[in-house]
Every structure is written in C-alpha cells, then in structure tokens.
Unconditional design. Structure first.
Length: 107
C-alpha cells in the first residue's frame, strides 16, 4: 500500500456533508477518505445492491428452472400444463412486486 503522507483539508456545509455521507453509505467503500480517493482516481462508484438482491436472484433462477421444465414437458407431450403455467405466472408477479419494492421503493 502506498504511504499517504499528504493531508488535504477543505470545508463543506451541512447539506454537502450529508450528500457525501449518503453517497458513501450506499457504496461498498469503507469510509469517506476511500470514497474521495476513488473519485479522484476516476474509479466508477457503484452502489451496493439492496439486501434482498440474493433472494431475488435465487427466486429468478427457480422461476427460470420451472419455465425450462414446462418447456420440456410441452415439447415432449405436445401440450402445456396449465396449472403449472398459472403458478409460474403468479411467481413472476410476486417477483415483479419484490423488484418494485427493492429497487424503486414502492409497494
């Protein structure tokens, strides 16, 4: 790690500090100094995904697996299991609601 022996001090008003603190809290950086160094170096600052992200991915994979199973049955038998299709539709609607809450914040 590089030795950091230069200190730069500057002032911010309450709104600027609150804005920066909010941005830092939504990223994977550990502190404000690291956040500012990343900005100066031109790093792309990426927000952390919401806590529900892992659950959403698992649910999407489960739904995708169900759709694939349904397609295999449809190709083999020449028809679609309507009950299973309705369950998948309900799962997709549920995931849509989960996405809306996690990423947009509305119910």
């Amino acid at each position: 790690m590089r030795k950091r022996n230069h200190v730069i001090r500057f002032r911010m008003n309450d709104d600027e500090l609150a804005c920066m603190s909010d941005k830092v809290s939504r990223t994977a950086t550990r502190n404000r100094e690291e956040f500012l160094r990343d900005l100066v170096q031109g790093c792309k600052i990426i927000e952390r995904p919401p806590a529900e992200y892992g659950d959403i991915l698992r649910e999407l994979r489960r739904i995708g697996s169900n759709v694939n199973q349904l397609l295999v049955v449809a190709r083999t038998r020449g028809f679609v299991d309507e009950l299973k299709l309705k369950r998948i539709q309900a799962d997709i609607r549920s995931m849509d609601e989960t996405f809306r809450i996690a990423f947009i914040g509305e119910k």
